[in-house]
Design a protein around this ligand. Structure first.
Ligand SMILES: Cc1cc2nc3c(=O)[nH]c(=O)nc-3n(C[C@H](O)[C@H](O)[C@H](O)COP(=O)(O)OP(=O)(O)OC[C@H]3O[C@@H](n4cnc5c(N)ncnc54)[C@H](O)[C@@H]3O)c2cc1C
Length: 500
């Protein structure tokens, strides 16, 4: 984590107070300081309709728009730790064959683009961003003893056995409140690695192992056919960022964003909220939407004063962020056996690490660029290694499977578990270790976090979307919902809605 030093200035400007302390644990000092600086009554009247949004990812952006759109006299202060909008939707420009290429380190495609109220397809169109339908198929590159060959995932008997096992566990338990999909991964033996490549709904990589999920939680995922996923050619991260940048243009007098504003303290009463951020600044508002990833909330709970009530602490124990790693590499040439828009799976088994590589070419990428994913515990292990070691490990396995094609260079690699503002990829709900498996507390974690505290503190983010968690549109819906809830509770907006 960055080092937070105290400063000694005390400035007061409008509703933002700059004070002298800023470390994660300085909340009591902040609280006392703030109480002295601003008398209680003047604070409340000054701050009516002044709201803070913490975090500038999809949820924070949606919350800000919603707070501004639904009243002509709200003012929104958005505080973001990094220097950009987008959070876990982040496009990095990499250099392939001497040309810039957008590479999504996080979210890559608009999922369920035709789901009612999923805004991203229209937002992409409004900015002139090109979207490309994902029609990928799935294949396995496997050595059956007589050399490597490529086969359909569904044609592989081992995979079918494993897949059936997951589906059986899921079907058997989904109607119960709180059952893990598979409670004993060890029983699956060697094929357990394929958990990384297969989820309950098909051959996809996941941020966590299937047995780490609650079946009931997976069961409530959005159902219905809402269209094929859409790649965003210029980058999904770039799209979310652009949409965030638009807020200031639309509401120049009522929206204030501060980047590089790490929030370290959130003091709340039933009358106001004071947020400590950056180099010792205080922001006083009448209510606040917190969109930090649940892993960040869990790790930095002491930033809240008073501390979060026990049900929230328990919920944060059940909501975890899994790991998901991505890298882009450039080869001298791609083997003939690798076709466009096919996802390939390849075992990685070495002395220390074991898992599945998933890789594919994109039709709109240069021919010699390969995108590689790893997920779950395998990704977590890789996140613990230096980038060049991960790259070399993949090159060695790939060379073996395809008869060495000659790698040129590593173009980009994500590491979300080590990113202090994410601490993981995206959420799953895990059983709580201290409670019997039949206890439904963990299953209710997402709903619990959606409840406001004192009508002042509201939470949002992908993990709090009930139907579309782990997605950008789920994050967006959650931000919208909590902002509407806030406006409703603050008496600004009469029609509340809270559905997704
Ligand atoms: C590798 C990967 C692949 C994915 N693929 C897809 C996909 O294809 N499609 C899809 O729909 N979704 C995908 N997702 C999920 C999607 O990216 C997330 O669900 C979504 O972007 C989360 O948005 P959010 O606003 O809830 O959180 P975030 O985007 O994490 O936003 C939270 C913000 O809070 C900021 N912050 C953190 N701590 C502080 C602090 N103390 N003070 C101030 N600010 C702080 C962060 O910097 C961040 O900007 C993927 C995610 C990953 C990691």
């Amino acid at each position: 984590m960055p080092n937070y030093k105290s400063t000694t200035r005390t400035i007061q400007s409008g509703y933002v107070t700059h004070n002298s302390y800023s470390i994660w644990d300085s909340y009591w000092l902040d609280y006392i300081h703030c109480s002295i600086l601003l008398t209680f009554n003047s604070l409340v009247s000054i701050m009516s309709k002044q709201f803070a949004v913490i975090g500038g990812g999809a949820a924070g952006i949606a919350a800000a728009y919603t707070l501004l759109e639904n009243s002509v006299d709200t003012t929104v202060y958005l505080l973001e730790a990094t220097n950009r909008f987008g959070g876990r939707a982040h496009t990095q420009i990499i250099n392939a064959n001497g040309k810039p290429l957008p590479f999504d380190m996080g979210a890559v495609y608009i999922q369920d683009p035709d789901a009612p109220d999923n805004p991203w397809k229209d937002i992409a169109a409004s900015f002139g961003f090109q979207t490309i339908e994902d029609t990928t198929d799935y294949k396995l590159r496997i050595n059956d003893g007589s050399g490597y060959k490529t086969e359909d995932v569904t044609a592989n008997n081992d995979i079918n056995i494993f897949s059936n096992c997951i589906n059986k566990g899921f079907e058997a338990n989904k109607d119960y409140d709180n059952k893990a999909i598979i409670s004993d991964p060890g029983a699956l033996g060697k094929m357990s690695s394929f958990a990384l490549g297969i989820s309950t709904y098909g051959s996809f990589t996941e941020s966590a192992e299937p047995w780490q999920y609650l079946a009931a939680d997976r069961a409530r995922e959005a159902s219905g056919n809402w269209g094929n996923n859409l790649f965003v050619r210029e980058g999904y991260g770039k799209l979310v960022q652009r949409y965030g940048e638009q807020i200031k243009k639309k509401y120049p007098d009522r929206f204030y964003v501060t980047f590089n504003a790490l929030v370290t303290g959130i003091n709340y009463t039933d009358k106001f909220v004071v947020v400590t951020y950056g180099d010792g600044y205080l922001l006083s508002v009448s209510a606040c939407v917190v969109t930090l990833p649940v892993s960040v909330l869990e790790r930095h709970q002491r930033m809240f004063n008073p501390l979060l009530p026990q049900p929230y602490v328990t919920a944060l124990g059940a909501l975890r962020l899994g790991s998901y790693k991505k890298m882009a590499v450039q080869l001298a040439s791609i083997p003939d056996a690798i076709e466009d828009n096919i996802n390939y799976y390849l075992y990685e088994i070495n002395d220390t690490t074991r898992g599945i590589w998933q890789f594919y070419r994109l039709s709109f990428y240069p021919d010699n660029v390969l995108v590689i994913h790893a997920s779950g515990d395998f990704a977590k292990a890789l996140d613990g290694l230096p980038d060049d070691e991960v790259y070399n490990m993949f090159c060695a396995s790939f060379d073996k499977a395809y008869d060495s094609q000659g790698f040129v260079q590593l173009l980009g690699m994500s590491n979300w578990s080590k990113n202090p503002y994410a601490l993981g990829a995206y959420s799953y709900t895990a059983p709580l270790p201290d409670l019997p498996i039949s206890d439904s507390t963990a299953y209710k974690a997402r709903s619990q976090m959606r409840k406001a505290i004192d009508n002042k503190l509201f939470f949002a983010g992908e993990a709090l979307s009930l139907q579309a968690y782990a997605t950008v549109h789920g994050a967006y819906w959650s931000g919208q919902d909590s902002a509407i809830n806030l406006l409703h509770k603050q008496g600004v907006y009469e029609e509340g809605s809270s559905s997704t």
